[in-house]
Design a protein around this ligand. Structure first.
Ligand code: SF4
Length: 141
């Protein structure tokens, strides 16, 4: 099947710090599936590198206190459109990211603490009934 994948997991330098989160197990999915890379934060118009962001009280804020919720939501919308245009049936998204995290995200204190919740894109996909997996949940794919 076709799977939407966080671009950083496939080795693209899309992370907030300009690096990647290349994951060999995610790359290996390409032997069985068609992988469609997206970075919702770049799609939302944010630069790379960019200040780290976390979700606090339902808003996405940078470590400098800037509210970037609109950019994150726009990026999630465009990533959802990409999923539909490409016919993706599932998504593999980077854990803990304020866009891509599923189930656990940083808590908005910029201290490394995690809290229950989803990133903006992961939450939007789950609300649409699209299966979302983190890079630690690939066994069933
Ligand atoms: S928004 Fe998602 S794809 Fe982009 S760098 Fe962050 S975790 Fe990776």
């Amino acid at each position: 099947m076709r799977i939407l994948v966080s671009a950083c997991l496939l080795g693209l330098n899309t992370r907030y710090d300009g690096g990647d989160s290349r994951d060999p197990a995610v790359l290996a999915l390409a032997a069985r599936h068609s992988l469609v890379p997206v970075c919702p934060e770049q799609l939302g118009g944010l630069p790379t590198p960019r200040p780290p962001c976390e979700i606090r009280s339902g808003r996405v804020v940078s470590c400098q206190g800037q509210d970037l919720t609109d950019a994150f939501e726009q990026g999630a919308r465009l990533a959802m459109e990409t999923l539909k245009l490409c016919g993706c049936e599932a998504a593999v998204l980077k854990a803990r990211s304020p866009s891509c995290g599923k189930g656990l995200v940083y808590d908005g204190s910029f201290t490394g603490r995690l809290t229950a919740g989803n990133g903006v894109l992961a939450g939007a996909l789950l609300r649409q009934g699209i299966p979302v997996y983190t890079e630690a949940e690939l066994d069933s794919l």
